[in-house]
Design a protein around this ligand. Structure first.
Ligand SMILES: NC(=O)c1ccc[n+]([C@@H]2O[C@H](COP(=O)([O-])OP(=O)(O)OC[C@H]3O[C@@H](n4cnc5c(N)ncnc54)[C@H](O)[C@@H]3O)[C@@H](O)[C@H]2O)c1
Length: 315
C-alpha cells in the first residue's frame, strides 16, 4: 500500500484516479480548493464517492499557497492534477493560470523537495504541441511554439520538472493528456456542452465549422495511464496519454447524435483563439515503457457518458 497525495482530487481526472487508487487499497490524501470555475456541486458529488473509502482524507487548500499541515505526512508519491484547465478561459483570465498552474506546480515541487517525497507524476497536456505540423505528435519533439497561455504554463511545468529532477533527483513523470472525456466529465468541455444543449433542444456551437480533429481519450484509459506511471520507476519522463486515433469533430458529433437518438441543431462558428486544429498522439513510447493499452472507442465512450449524464441529471 502506498500513500499518494492527489492534487485536484475533486476534479474530473483527479476523482477518477483517486477512486481507482482507493479501490486497489492505496491510501489517498486528496487536496482541492473547490473553486467555482464550474459547478461546485459536481465536485462535491465526486468527493462524496471518495469519502466512502476509509483510506481517503480530504484537505481543502489552494496549492499555490503551499501545503501547511500536510508536512507531517509520510507521502510516497504525488499525483499532481490540480490546475486551471481550459484553453478558452486562458484568454479571459490569464492570471488564474499563472497562479494555479505555474505557482501551484512550483509549490508542489517545493513540497516534494522539502518533504523528501521521491516522486511526482504531474498532468501536462497535448496543447503543448501547439499547431504541430507532424501527423503524429511525439514526446521527443522540441516544442517551443505553444499558442495559448494554458499550453505555455503546461510546457513550463515540464521545464520545472526537469530542474527538480536534475537538482534534487526527484523522479518526475509528465503526462500529456489528450482531450479527456467520459462520465463525471467537465461541464466546460465539448461533449458535456453538446449533450446538455441537445437534450435541452438548444443549438450547439461548432467551432471552425467542425473542421477540427481530436485524439479523444476515454477517462478509464487516462486513469490506467496515470496508475501505470505512478507504479513505474523512472528518473525523468514525459508520456503521451492518448487513444492514439484521431476523430473528426463532425464524426464525434455524429456519435453523440447516435447515442442520444437526436440530431443536433448546429451553429457553425469561426475558429476560437488559442485552439489547435489537430491533436494526434503517438503512443508508442507510452506502450513500450509503461505497457499502456487504451481500450475504449469513441462510440462506446460517448455512450457511457450519455448514460451517466442522463442518470446524474435525471433526464
Ligand atoms: N480534461 C482534459 O481533457 C485534460 C487534457 C489535458 C490536460 N489536462 C490536465 O489534467 C488535469 C486535470 O484536469 P481535469 O479535466 O480533471 O480538470 P478539473 O478542472 O476537473 O480538475 C482540476 C481540479 O483542480 C482544482 N484546482 C484548481 N486550482 C487549484 C488550486 N490552486 N489549488 C487546489 N486545487 C485546485 C479544481 O478545483 C479542480 O477540482 C489538469 O492539470 C489539466 O490541465 C486535462
Amino acid at each position: 500500500m502506498k500513500t499518494i497525495l492527489v492534487t485536484g482530487v475533486a476534479g474530473f481526472i483527479g476523482s477518477s484516479v483517486g477512486k481507482k487508487l482507493l479501490e486497489r487499497g492505496d491510501r489517498v490524501i486528496g487536496v482541492d480548493n473547490m473553486n467555482d470555475y464550474y459547478d461546485v456541486s459536481l465536485k462535491e458529488d465526486r468527493l462524496k464517492i471518495l469519502k466512502e473509502f476509509e483510506n481517503f482524507t480530504f484537505h481543502k487548500l489552494d496549492i499555490s499557497e503551499g501545503f501547511g499541515e500536510l508536512k507531517k505526512e509520510k507521502i510516497d508519491v504525488i499525483c499532481h492534477l490540480a490546475a486551471q484547465a481550459g484553453v478558452r478561459y486562458s484568454i479571459e483570465n490569464p492570471l488564474a493560470y499563472q497562479k494555479a498552474n505555474s505557482l501551484g506546480t512550483l509549490q508542489v515541487f517545493e513540497f516534494a523537495r522539502h518533504n523528501k517525497i521521491p516522486k511526482v507524476v504531474y498532468a501536462s497536456s497535448s496543447s503543448v504541441y501547439g499547431n504541430n505540423k507532424n501527423v503524429l505528435f511525439k514526446e521527443s519533439e522540441k516544442l517551443d511554439e505553444q499558442i495559448s497561455l494554458y499550453a505555455a504554463t503546461k510546457k513550463s511545468n515540464e521545464l520545472y520538472a526537469h530542474v527538480y529532477n536534475h537538482l534534487y533527483g526527484i523522479e518526475m513523470i509528465g503526462l500529456r493528456f489528450f482531450t479527456v472525456y467520459g462520465p463525471w466529465g467537465r461541464p466546460d468541455m465539448a461533449l458535456f456542452k453538446f449533450v446538455k444543449n441537445i437534450l435541452e433542444g438548444k443549438q450547439i456551437d461548432v467551432y471552425n465549422s467542425g473542421k477540427m480533429q481530436r485524439d479523444f481519450t476515454y477517462i478509464d484509459d487516462i486513469v490506467d495511464g496515470v496508475v501505470l506511471a505512478l507504479d513505474k520507476k523512472c528518473s525523468f519522463e514525459i508520456f503521451n496519454i492518448a487513444r492514439g486515433e484521431t476523430t473528426e469533430l463532425m464524426d464525434f458529433i455524429k456519435a453523440i447524435e447516435k447515442a442520444l437518438g437526436k440530431v443536433a441543431d448546429k451553429n457553425m462558428m469561426p475558429m476560437q483563439d488559442g485552439d489547435v486544429l489537430l491533436t494526434s498522439g503517438d503512443i508508442s513510447h507510452t506502450k513500450d515503457v509503461l505497457g499502456y493499452a487504451p481500450k475504449v472507442s469513441v462510440d462506446e465512450g460517448v455512450n457511457n457518458f450519455v448514460n451517466w449524464y442522463k442518470g446524474y441529471y435525471g433526464k
